[in-house]
Write a new protein. Structure first.
Lengths: 327, 191
């Protein structure tokens, strides 16, 4: 059957209609894409804020920010031994992905360490000073160096450049308390909370002890904080009325302790980040200054090597003559 | 005015798209792990559903009907919905990149959220006017948001509970959804 004109038009209308629709939509989308163009990725900053800022490079990236960028681009979150499980779980929470166990091929989590310089052996070479990413080593050439303990992140980057091996990494004694951790408490045989809310009436500071208990039990520190965990005065009244005899206060203490550690770690990470940025700035300016000096010397050498040397020779001869005269 | 209120109540409670008509179950199960994410998803769906029902009404009435191309409605609605979703994606990537990351694949999947296409098609079937279409879409999205946020809050609590091992994870989520659906059946016949 040959194609007739009415058939062609009946075919053309739907095609043209859809084409027009598509073009119109394309134009609108193009406009929106142009208007809402993305310049930088703010997710990187959020991730970077959670990393411990030791700048140790154990993850295989040169510092915490590059690793944060890599995570934002899709790298796994379990490559940071200094951060350990707590950093991994916070990252997992931020990115809404399952938490992985730490990949131990990048290093052992272990205890926090600080560098210590055996001062009797230090020769004052100052090689460790530029190596320290947070400028925690104090010293000058030909003078003894020492480590500012509170700023040291224990990254071990100063060990390698030391020519006389006088730097040790000392484990910081972990601060021990008789408080049980949430995991230990969860492993104990405890009757279930039946949400009877007897504890609510008892609480003198108006927190919801049973709700808080659920949050602490699930290690939901942010949730516990919003439920006014820090308002608890540990009076133990909720403990005494609980029909299931749940050790509520022990749970709150455990949660408070982990919250405190988390907060101190955050403050330390913030300090380390600031110091790292300043360190990088300093290295940059030093490099530029060095380059300028080199250029100056090169220029001088080019200008008149002979005239300069002649001058110095003449000056030296003059000095000798003036010294000889009295004889 | 009354018909708009009726449409809203009907779409939110009585004929709730998720729990009574079983449309849009994929994001309902997929992004209900955290309240924060659920709120983000609800906002995105609210935006998409309202805009998509308005756009598809306009496309149907002023492009397809005059040209006698009503049979193309499914295809053109899908195109319109896909465009609205891409627009939402671009805007969200700029305004809240963290949410964009967390929602991940579920954001472009709003395109294939059957509730969105369902609303557009139901609008035509029930011969709604423009305002009615917009409010039907808006109500459907509100109903979706309501159950999604309620469900995510339940799941947050469930995550902390001692659940017997065979029921952990998806199983208890399904049971919870079933119970919620039963509860919503109680609204039937109200409008």
């Amino acid at each position: 059957m040959p194609l007739s004109l009415p058939m062609l038009t009946s075919l053309l209308t739907p095609v043209l209609a859809l084409l027009g629709l598509g073009l119109a939509i394309g134009a609108v989308l193009g406009f929106v894409a142009k208007k809402f163009r993305l310049e930088s990725d703010p997710v990187v900053t959020r991730i970077n804020d959670l990393l411990p800022q030791t700048q140790c490079g154990q993850c295989g990236y040169p510092g915490c920010k590059p690793y944060a960028e890599a995570i934002a681009a899709g790298d796994v979150i379990n490559k940071c031994p200094p951060g350990g499980e707590s950093t991994i779980s916070q990252l997992a929470d931020l990115l809404n992905i399952p938490a992985l166990p730490l990949d131990e091929s990048y290093g052992q989590p272990g205890v926090k360490k600080v560098a210590f310089i055996r001062e009797a052996e230090c020769i004052g070479c100052a090689k460790c000073i530029p190596a320290c990413p947070v400028d925690a080593i104090l010293g000058a050439p030909k003078y003894m160096h020492t480590v500012i303990e509170s700023e040291c992140t224990g990254c071990d980057l100063c060990i390698e450049p030391c020519p006389v091996d006088c730097i040790d990494l000392m484990p910081l004694e972990p601060y021990t308390t008789p408080i049980k951790t949430v995991e230990e408490l969860n492993n104990e045989e405890i009757l279930a909370c039946i949400n009877c809310a007897l504890c609510v009436d008892e609480c003198p500071v108006d927190i919801l002890p049973h709700e808080l208990y659920w949050a602490c039990r699930g290690n939901d520190l942010a949730g516990a904080e919003t439920l006014k965990l820090m308002h608890c005065i540990e009076c133990g009244k909720c403990d005494r009325v609980c029909p299931s005899s749940i050790p509520l206060v022990e749970y709150y203490q455990a949660a408070m302790q982990s919250l405190n550690t988390q907060q101190t770690e955050k403050v330390q990470a913030g300090n380390a980040k600031q110091r790292f940025e300043l360190h990088q700035q300093r290295m940059e300016t030093l490099k530029i200054e060095e380059e300028q000096r080199r250029q100056k010397r090169a220029e001088l050498a080019k200008k008149g090597p002979q005239s300069q040397t002649k001058d110095t020779i003449l000056a030296a001869l003059e000095r000798v003559k003036s010294k000889k005269k009295p004889n | 005015m009354t018909d708009i209120i009726l449409i809203l109540v009907g779409a939110i409670l009585v004929n709730n798209f998720v729990l009574t008509q079983f449309l849009g179950l994929c994001p309902f199960m997929g992004v209900s792990g955290k309240v924060e994410t659920a709120v983000g998803m609800s906002a995105a769906t609210l935006f998409v559903l309202t805009l998509a029902s308005a756009c598809s009404y306009l496309v149907f009435q002023y492009l397809l009907v005059p040209l006698g191309l009503e049979y193309l409605k499914t295809i053109s609605f899908i195109v319109v919905i896909a465009a609205v979703v891409s627009m939402t994606e671009i805007i969200m990537h700029k305004t809240s990149p963290l949410l964009y990351r967390i929602l991940g694949i579920f954001l472009p999947l709003i395109t294939s959220n059957c509730a969105v296409l369902g609303v557009a098609l139901l609008n035509i079937n029930q011969s709604h006017s423009f305002a009615q279409s917009v409010f039907y879409g808006f109500g459907a999205a509100l109903g979706f948001s309501l159950v999604l946020i309620l469900f995510s809050a339940l799941r947050e609590k469930l995550a902390l509970c001692d659940i017997p091992e065979p029921f952990q994870g998806a199983a208890i989520a399904m049971i919870t959804a079933g119970l919620m659906s039963l509860a919503f059946m109680g609204f039937s016949g109200m409008v």
